[in-house]
Design a protein around this ligand. Sequence first.
Ligand SMILES: [Zn+2]
Length: 343
Amino acid sequence: MKTLSRILAVFSVTTTLNAQTTVEPKDKEASEPTTSPAENKKEEQEKEWPPSGMGLFEKGLALGHIRDNPKNSYRRVYQRTLMPTEPRFYYNAVLTFDDQIVPFTDKEASAMDIMKELEPRGARALFFANVPGVATPSLRPFFKIKDREARKKACRKLLDTKREEFIKAIRELIKIKKDGKWLAEVHNHTAFHQNMRNFKVGTARMDLCIVGIRFVEECLEEAYAAERPGFERQRFFRFPFLAVPRDAKARAKINELFTELGFLSVGETQDSKDYSNGSPDQAYKSLVAARNGKRYQVKSGPFSTAQHPVALFHTKTWYKIGPGILKALDEAKALEDSKDITE
Ligand SMILES: [Zn+2]
């Protein structure tokens, strides 16, 4: 059985506060130079992050405590930019796209529109999806239902009407493969894209959000089982608006749910605010910063460090931002090809 301690014995993780993390395999059996007390302390701190491996995503796996202190329980809701199982590509970023994979209108792009451009470039994308055709206002009728269980049932009934369309869209994406590599994954971004910041345990809003999260996960399970039998998928989650519940009890409840489902929540290091500005130039700059190992924000430009950058974009803005992203990818490829020739 893969235990946390075994994983920790095999890997060491480097972290910097509020910044980036990388994972480097380290052979414990190999002789190592003597470390200074300062380095020992650093190594002690490094244990804060359970590093790599499929174990992190195992359903129901209790991840243990930080620094052997039972009060510092490992929280899955903490938004990590550590995605140790994500492969590194020539453009040095994990490309992620949020929200609907099937657009509401034909003015908005679909996830397939993105993959049509990424696939010939051998680039990979992670889609954090909501359920097609529903959004937060779709929940309004359910708030009138007084009985808690009846309310959840009614919500589930609505979601079931979207099931077939959603699973079909997921399957189309996750079957895309080039040179033996899967190029697209779909992850959970809740069903209705609610802002979870002010959630309280036992409220209709939180109840129905959980119904939706479970529904999305069920659809993902079914799609992956059909398209990639036996494949052990990573179960990433991204909070809509990156908004984690403020209330401690709500956060604990979501943490429990994430542990049950095997989720790790993912934040970002590169944010070009494409949702509000739809700027191809900002999208481009965010990926150039990634190539140079920097984080990126529109206001601050490139800053700090990001060893394995996670770029956050939105599927629906693709028609606007796409040219900037593709320019950054093509430049990175040309740079890599020129290195191959000179080395
Ligand atoms: Zn979103």
